[in-house]
Write a protein that binds this ligand. Structure first.
Ligand SMILES: *[C@@H]1O[C@H](CO)[C@@H](O)[C@H](O)[C@H]1NC(C)=O
Length: 237
């Protein structure tokens, strides 16, 4: 067999298991001021015009992030899925917000790449140059019962700052205006932590469970992407 064929085969095998490429931020993206990881945020949160459940934020945005991860569900004895939280990587979008045409569609580009990633790929890595800020996950609620969503920069972009997280409670939600298989848009408020006082999940793609399951079947993880907008934070990165 010709060596060049074997090399081609080896390259094909390697590309088949790698995550699909995610294009780096395009020219025209903002540059953070010296000493900062983030840019001024040039975009504002837009809620569907007819909805009344979510209130607009009451302060300037502290962070705008892309979340790329999974929503988890367990199968109940009644044969329906119950949400048991999520885990996602958080990437900064503040510098991209200078380019509305790209910023407004970044969730579609990211979701396209994320859906194509094979099951063994658990993260999109550095997302082709978008700064990795931290992660989103669920922790035991302060009451000791149930779990609460957390956005946490402490292990990534704010090492050494014990307050660089927010554990939140849901205020309200609306069905995603895009599609029934996109998870709800949400408004949340801080319970503990200094990363934000208000959090919004918007521009969701994916993440909804199938409508039914076989009782006793294993938990599932459904890929999703969203924007997260954090307001009122006092953490500098
Ligand atoms: C969600 O599932 C993933 C595996 O797909 C796991 O790593 C993560 O810990 C789970 N998180 C929650 C909150 O269930």
């Amino acid at each position: 067999m010709a060596p060049s064929f074997l090399i081609t085969l080896a390259m094909f095998a390697a590309s088949a298991i790698a995550a699909p490429p995610f294009q780096p931020p395009p020219p025209g993206t903002g540059t953070p001021p010296k000493g900062s990881r983030t840019c001024d945020i040039s975009s504002t949160l837009v809620l569907p015009p007819t909805q009344t459940a979510l209130a607009l934020p009451s302060s300037p945005a502290s962070f705008v992030l892309l979340g790329v991860g999974v929503q988890n569900y367990t199968c109940s004895s009644a044969g329906t899925y119950t949400s048991v939280g999520a885990v996602a990587d958080l990437y900064d979008l503040s510098c991209l917000s200078k380019l509305p045409a790209v910023f407004n569609n970044i969730q579609d580009v990211a979701y396209g790449a994320w859906k194509l990633a094979p099951p063994n790929v658990k993260t999109l890595g550095t997302m082709g140059g978008y700064p990795h800020m931290g992660s989103h996950f669920f922790n035991t609620s302060p009451s000791g019962t149930g779990t609460s969503p957390v956005w946490d920069f402490r292990a990534v972009s704010a090492k050494g700052n014990p307050d660089a997280f927010v554990l939140a409670a849901k205020v309200a939600g609306i069905p995603a205006p895009t599609a029934t298989n996109d998870v709800d848009w949400l408004q949340l408020k801080s319970v503990t932590g200094a990363l934000a006082t208000q959090i919004y999940r918007t521009d969701t793609r994916g993440g909804v469970s199938p409508t039914s399951c076989t009782a006793g079947s294993a938990p599932i993880s459904v890929k999703y992407v969203s924007k997260y907008w954090l307001y009122g934070g006092t953490v500098k990165v």
